[in-house]
Design a protein around this ligand. Structure first.
Ligand SMILES: NC(=O)c1ccc[n+]([C@@H]2O[C@H](COP(=O)([O-])OP(=O)(O)OC[C@H]3O[C@@H](n4cnc5c(N)ncnc54)[C@H](OP(=O)(O)O)[C@@H]3O)[C@@H](O)[C@H]2O)c1
Length: 321
């Protein structure tokens, strides 16, 4: 199948691209001109469509002869002074992808959403993800929507942040927002990519909204202990910062990219993030979820692969919906 992919140079996108090529699909990647070099080493049936999600003519041209769209581009945190907002990246950007898909008569649309979009009240991030879902559904595509929990794997921003605090900065303590008892269900980026690619030509996945979550529910405190063990350290002292204390600092500093969290992220983090129906996704798409514990045991930040390794098969015929 010829697939139009957005966000291919990102953390999740790299893995989705690898999985698409491994499954024998042809891929057209929408890539920002300044990020073109990130795909230079990729071997396989890949074409690059230079442009951004705001360049409708480029997207429309790039989608020619594609049979499916996988739309991953998203932001987790807005930077208003740089014009990076949810309205622009999630709503306007998605509208452009939808418009180009409609003009190219593409029926199959796979969307990256996020776990928690059914919660009330919604944070601005989740509200915009919810709106993206509604836009795709409303336009009559043969859609599959994925709502992943926190995603871990090579190059993730979350586990690597704590790893570098422990390894690079040699901190003898780890700051934790709140009591650390809030739960996550982190899912491997490899499982996320497999789910996206397997859903492409499975009739069971049509019109479905799938939660994607890992095999274990872990508390923030337990996760920190495991990360510490994986870096060869003993348990670290955890410095619990009361949630109410973190808000004003985050409010003041979150527009600086070096500051690790925004008030909205603190809210989402401490509110927990676990799935209810992830087993259906596992069944429908034959996933074998990778354990976060196993991943942490087997990977250290220094031995994480820095390059993209591809195992490209010959193109296969796939069913187009
Ligand atoms: N990571 C998680 O734990 C997680 C959990 C749930 C949902 N998600 C969702 O998964 C998606 C991907 O997340 P990620 O962690 O892979 O993010 P990421 O690493 O930041 O990747 C973002 C991708 O989008 C591209 N991009 C950004 N702005 C663009 C624009 N204007 N035009 C075209 N491409 C643009 C980036 O390209 P450049 O290389 O040019 O920057 C990059 O390829 C997002 O929608 C996110 O909300 C992520």
């Amino acid at each position: 199948m010829r697939v139009f992919l957005t966000g291919a140079t990102g953390f999740v996108g790299k893995e989705v691209l690898k999985e698409l090529l491994t499954a024998g699909h042809q891929v057209v990647c929408l890539v920002r001109p300044q990020s073109y070099r990130k795909l230079m080493d990729v071997k396989g049936d890949v074409e690059v469509c230079k442009g951004t999600i705001f360049h409708l003519p480029a997207i429309e041209k790039g989608m020619k002869n594609c049979q499916a769209v996988i739309h991953l581009v998203g932001i987790i945190r807005p930077f208003y002074w740089r014009g990076i907002t949810y309205q622009k990246y999630h709503i306007l950007g998605t509208q452009n992808i939808i418009t180009a898909a409609i003009r190219n008569r593409i029926r199959r649309f796979i969307l990256m959403s996020a776990l928690g979009v059914e919660k009330k009240p919604l944070t601005p991030y989740l509200k915009s993800k919810r709106k993206m879902e509604e836009m795709v559904i409303k336009n009559g595509f043969n859609y599959t929507i994925f709502r992943p929990s926190l995603i871990f794997g090579t190059g993730d921003q979350f586990i690597n942040l704590f790893r570098s605090l422990m390894e690079k900065y040699l901190l003898s303590f780890v700051p934790i927002v709140g009591d650390g008892k809030y739960l996550f269900q982190p899912v491997s980026v490899v499982d996320v990519a497999r789910a996206f690619v397997r859903s492409l030509n499975r009739a069971t996945a049509l019109g479905k909204i799938y939660e994607l979550a890992g095999a274990e529910r872990v508390s923030m405190s337990a996760l920190i202990d495991r990360i510490a063990c994986s870096t060869g350290n003993k348990k670290k002292f955890k410095l619990h910062i009361p949630v109410w204390m973190t808000y004003p600092t985050a409010q003041l500093l979150h527009q600086f990219p070096w500051f690790p969290v925004s008030p909205e992220q603190i809210k989402m983090l401490t509110g927990g993030n676990v799935a209810q129906n992830w087993q259906k996704t596992v069944r429908d798409l034959d996933l074998q979820l990778l354990s976060i514990y196993k991943y942490l045991e087997e990977s250290g930040s220094e031995n994480e692969a820095k390059t993209m390794v591809f195992n490209v098969r010959k193109p296969v015929r796939s069913k187009v919906f």
